[in-house]
Ligand binder design. Sequence first.
Ligand SMILES: Cc1cc2nc3c(=O)[nH]c(=O)nc-3n(C[C@H](O)[C@H](O)[C@H](O)COP(=O)(O)O)c2cc1C
Length: 269
Amino acid sequence: MEQFTATLKQDGRYAVIALPFNAKEVFGIAKGTIHVEVTIKDIHFRTKLVSKGSDSQIIIVDKKTQKLLGFQGVDMQVDVKLTCENQKGKEEVPKIEVSGNEMIQGIFERRSVRNFEKKEISEDIVNTILQAGFSAPSAKGKLPFDFIVIDHPNQLYSETIHNVNTKPLENAPKAILICGDLSKEGTKPFLYSSCGAVAQNMLLAIHSLGLGGVWIGVSGIKAFENHLIQFCKLPAKIIPVCIIAFGYHNNQTKKERNWHSSKIHYHKW
Ligand SMILES: Cc1cc2nc3c(=O)[nH]c(=O)nc-3n(C[C@H](O)[C@H](O)[C@H](O)COP(=O)(O)O)c2cc1C
């Protein structure tokens, strides 16, 4: 984390803070976007640095944060804490003994898999994944979800949903559409949280069975939601939340463990 005092000033349409150092050098990032977490006066926001030339960068402060800071266009000195989100390998990941604990090992190792072998998935495997879904926590144990097992996920394609995010559906031999049931859970945040817990349980089960899978986001993408409602003939009370596409794979990419001290707070922020 970098701490410094700088000036928040109006620069044309934008309120900006120029970094007093070259973030590329300090964070060891040669190219690409630098995503940062910024804290000023207990106000916390995420943004990406904007380059001003090859070795200097600025933070653009959005309108909401300007208001919270009381900034009205007049130069203001601010104390800034800056953490780089994509600074890899600098932070020490704690040593955690996982040998013998298959569940923890699985959680640490699971990765999204997006390319699959053309190999059939047995009914036993599908049932195990469904059972993992049913085993997820849900508010008041309402199980406010339904699953649709899809045998040829590439049939889900239509022009509207053909993009880089949905590409895993192209060659996945199986997929499960996780739907939320509004008649069982009317509080939407609870409904989505319950479906999210199901999705994660399924992904962990898929990984532990030696297969790979990926979560394809649906909710919030209206065209995709409507397409699935029609394709799967969903009743009005049922909303499509996400798809888990899965299959056998020979993609052995190791997962680098994420650990960000700046995201851990004790007792208060
Ligand atoms: C809510 C949510 C939506 C996601 N949507 C997609 C998606 O549409 N397509 C995709 O390929 N991956 C999707 N993912 C997978 C993430 O890209 C992936 O989990 C993330 O890059 C971290 O990589 P890992 O799963 O290998 O740890 C989604 C994950 C979540 C939790």
